[in-house]
Design a protein around this ligand. Structure first.
Ligand code: HAM
Length: 422
């Protein structure tokens, strides 16, 4: 019988790479909590209707990318393609607005979209997602983008650019849509069949089209950012002003419409030119009408999601950070030394020192080879002679200095060396 591989586009995260994930998660967690966000976790499965109503019936996600199926009771369910809808649902369902102090939430975990897999694009991928409810102050929009900048700095990522835009409010967007549809009607024959269809279903989505000819035609299209109402324009100007105050640089991208329908006013993306076609490492924006549309209180909302696979691909490409290696390898030779080395290894681990040993009774040469492969900083060598003297040989693999250290002093000596920067 053949083997059974994982589903295409759904990846195992193996021990080899997991340190990147752990680092990213812990940096994000710490930063988000400093900014007042509290973690929440929602189910991976929701009623299909939740996503259809929030993300929008005529978006790519809802039209063609959702993992939807009927369960045994015939209920239509969908594996979450994003987290915003679920977080809003949970906020409404648990009446979380009753606590006016906690309005900032974050969640991390897998999302599912049936897209064509390629580098940086998967069918199960992971997001760090954050959402804030009840605040329409443009300062918050800038604060979120500033926080994203800090996140990228803290994980050590370079070369990403913040793109911002405003999608206006339902009123100014409705007026603009009429104008855009007129333009699309005039040029209809030049556009691809998808865009011709989008003209009737969801005109703004034409800006998502990847077809070169459509993109060329759209250069002449009227732009929403030039037509947003005075209220929206002022909001956007204040976002920009606050970003300047926080020394957070940005690029205005009037063509950026984002792939989800719930957005209003500020939208943004964090973009890189180092990942080929999948250039967005994160994105988000305001959605001031979503909570009410989903049957909740009329509270504004704003949030973002970062794609963890893409961030990690970039970190790997830029070779940032290193694996948490064992600090010490205990190499033992002989029947007397091996049990002593075994106990010492456990003692050092209990002290919090990442320590490895060889369980198989291999030759010293092969143990040293293993220590080299593990890239440990120190090797403790124990043989018959060391057992008699009650002191082991501690070798610094970087400076190559070897010294004799009494057994009972090994933890302190190692701790001191680590404190001193070993
Ligand atoms: P999104 O732009 O659809 O927004 O996704 C956010 C990020 O998730 C993308 O920038 C990308 O890094 C990552 N991503 C999306 N699809 C894939 C995929 N197939 N494979 C790998 N990574 C992917 C949202 O999901 C919104 N919910 C963000 C938001 C939160 N807006 C307001 N609050």
């Amino acid at each position: 019988m053949g083997t059974i591989p994982a589903i295409k586009g759904m990846n195992d995260l193996l021990p080899d790479q997991i340190h990147w994930w752990q680092k990213l998660e812990s940096v994000a967690r710490e930063l988000l909590e400093t900014f007042g966000y509290r973690e929440l976790r929602t189910p991976l499965l929701e009623k299909t209707e939740l996503f259809a109503r929030s993300i929008g019936e005529s978006t790519d996600i809802v039209e063609k990318e959702m993992y939807t199926f009927a369960d045994l009771s015939g209920q239509l369910l969908t594996l979450r393609p994003e987290a915003t809808a679920s977080v809003v649902r949970a906020f409404i369902q648990h009446n979380l607005q009753a606590d006016p102090l906690v309005r900032k939430f974050y969640t991390m975990g897998p999302m599912f979209r049936h897209e064509r897999p390629q580098k940086g694009r998967y069918r199960q991928f992971h997001q760090i997602d954050a959402e804030v409810f009840g605040i329409d102050d443009p300062m918050l929009d800038a604060e979120i983008m500033y926080m994203l900048r800090l996140l990228l700095e803290r994980i050590g990522l370079r070369g990403v650019v913040l793109h911002i835009n405003s999608l206006g409010c339902p009123q100014c967007r409705a007026e603009y849509r009429v104008e855009l549809k007129d333009f699309l009607a005039r040029e209809a024959l030049g556009f691809c069949p998808d865009c011709q269809r989008r003209r009737h279903t969801n005109a703004l989505r034409v800006f998502d089209c990847k077809v070169e000819r459509c993109r060329e035609l759209l250069v002449e299209a009227p732009m929403l950012l030039d037509r947003i109402c005075p209220g929206c324009a002022q909001h956007f100007a204040q976002v920009r002003q606050s970003l300047d105050q926080l020394h957070t640089s940005y690029h205005i991208d009037a063509r950026m419409v984002r792939g989800l329908d719930y957005y209003t006013r500020t939208t943004f993306e964090v973009v890189t030119d180092q990942l080929g076609a999948q250039n967005a490492v994160g994105g988000g924006g305001r959605y001031d009408g979503l909570m009410k549309d989903l049957g909740g209180p009329d509270l504004p909302g704003i949030g973002f999601a970062m794609g963890m696979e893409r961030l990690i691909l970039l970190l790997q490409q830029q070779d940032v950070g290193s694996r948490r290696q064992p600090m010490l390898f205990v190499a033992a030779l002989g029947d007397a030394a091996r049990p002593r080395a075994f106990v010492l290894t456990q003692e050092l681990r209990a002290e919090g020192l990442a320590t490895e040993m060889d369980y198989g009774g291999a030759s010293l040469k092969s143990q040293m080879r293993k220590a080299d492969k593990l890239q440990v900083r120190f090797v403790a060598i124990l043989g018959d002679e060391e057992m008699t003297r009650g002191a082991l040989q501690l070798r610094d693999m970087v400076t190559k200095i070897q010294e004799s250290v009494p057994f009972e002093q090994v933890p302190q000596v190692l701790m001191r060396k680590i404190r001193e920067g070993a």
